[in-house]
Design a protein around this ligand. Sequence first.
Ligand SMILES: Cc1cc2nc3c(=O)[nH]c(=O)nc-3n(C[C@H](O)[C@H](O)[C@H](O)COP(=O)(O)O)c2cc1C
Ligand code: SF4
Ligand code: SF4
Length: 592
Amino acid sequence: MKKDILIRVCMGPAGIAAGGKDILDEFKRIFHEKKIKASVGKKCSSHQVGCMGLCASDVLVDIVIDGIKTVYQHVKPDMVEKIVEDHIIGGKPVHRWMADEILVDFNKKQMKIVLSDCGKVDPEDIESYICADGYASARKVFSSMKPEDVINEIKLSGLRGRGGAGFPTGLKWELARKAQADTKYIICNADEGDPGAFMDRAVIEGNPHSVVEGMIITAYAVGSEKGYVYIRAEYPLAVERLRLAVKQAEDKGFLGKRIFNSDKNFNIVIKLGAGAFVCGEETALIASIEGQRGMPRSKPPFPVNKGLWEKPTVINNVETLANIPYIIKKGHAWYSSYGTEKSKGTKVFALTGKIKNTGLIEVPMGITLREIIYDIGGGLDEGKNLKAVQTGGPSGGCIPASMLDIKFDYESLAQAGSIVGSGGMIVLDNDDCMVNIAEYFTRFTQSESCGKCVPCRIGTKRLLEILEKITTGNGEEGDIEKLEELSEYIKKTSLCGLGQTAPNPVLSTIKYFRNEYEAHIREKKCPAKVCKHLLIYAIHKDICTGCGACKRVCPQEAIVGDHKFPHRIEHIKCIKCGACYDICRLNAVGRS
Ligand SMILES: Cc1cc2nc3c(=O)[nH]c(=O)nc-3n(C[C@H](O)[C@H](O)[C@H](O)COP(=O)(O)O)c2cc1C
Ligand code: SF4
Ligand code: SF4
């Protein structure tokens, strides 16, 4: 066989969870058994890649024969032999298993910069990244650019920090470069604690060298010899791949002493975080690296002037850093040709919730929510209606379906009462209760509050108590106004971004879904039928055949009735667990 054959198996977490490793092994086993040999060793190989984006279709497998790529979805080990027989040996792809059509739609409106090599390069092999032009930008910077040129290039590109606040990256670097000090540090913020967000993890798992290269270039620009990656310990695969990437870069002379044959030294230390959301806040993160309890402090001084060990420190997010090699390689004009006037380039999002194509996407800034949900995400399941999109995690808010044509950029989202944030995007439908969503995020921020300042520590607790009162059917007139007033105080007086943004989910849901709050308070009803204390279960006697299925699953023995006669629920005993509702195949159990 004189073909160039490349098999890529998705080994992002979703790919691994769906059995990617077994599939990789199966390809290797069958290749060995059928003596499918490479004309050039490297090309007839199977290798692992990071997340390919369309997690909903995992395990995804790319078959590239003589440069022509076919993608299979939902691959199981017992499908591998047929793919090898029919496609690789016989030349006839197995059409019914192909994902090409769905991928065309999924990718049509995407623009991949940060993710351009994710799903293509082997994250555990530096050579694979180098083959894709990796480290060429760092080499270029060291050989032909002054630090000021690099900073200027990033400033002109318009890149804004992707960790949430959107601060201009080039400006941050310039401030750090100008700061007078014998030592300067750079930190990659890979804490990523927002519920629903997995972009940074996916970038590190899929292409860790792009982050390492971004850090090398940052260090050169600001004049730093030591960098840290602060990454949460709950990301074991990302940590493992990052460690390997650092080691491989050291072995190549890209990290360590006199890197790229220059007179510059640069080392990277990986520091594991214990998974506290507040440790993503830059001053808390610095305290955590210094070995203190991860609590924020007031700013100024900003870390660029007084950061780690009181030295000037640049903190950048994973995605921000992963953009850098591509901007250097292709130039600021190319980068800034994407996006809007004030929000340049692209943004990676973790698209989750009630949407068909869940996964990892990268889109040009300024794309509309409608395009993301329907053109890329494939819309919602049949019969389901979009209610809202939650963006920005606990610091963000909910944008109602009526505002679907809103542009996705920093300014437009802020105007709508939400934020771009780090990139979590959760699609909600009519089965989601907006009061419950507000309660969920408030519970998160309340439990993650470090407790240093009163407005956040006590204020979020009080917010949560009022929300719980409403969702358990004890809400009173005036509660909505109390929530609004308290939220404004918390926003204005909290010490750090956690408290300053914690009320956003509450305020945005009140702004757009006040009627749902009112239904909970006035009618003691949850329109989405989510808040369990407000639900009433009843058995329709005309439909019930007395099969007893509900009676058997009721943990409270709340259902009575003789076999083959209509049953009924004794409400006093019912704890509203919903087991009877779920089990009844005749839909005889009603929920209102
Ligand atoms: C409570 C809280 C959590 C944060 N978590 C993260 C995080 O996980 N990752 C991140 O990059 N930035 C996070 N940030 C923002 C950082 O403080 C900081 O602005 C960012 O890392 C700067 O990098 P950038 O300019 O590249 O965005 C968080 C901020 C707050 C207030
Ligand atoms: S706002 Fe909250 S998280 Fe931030 S310092 Fe105050 S108590 Fe801590
Ligand atoms: S909701 Fe749960 S407790 Fe109530 S009747 Fe049904 S099964 Fe029993």
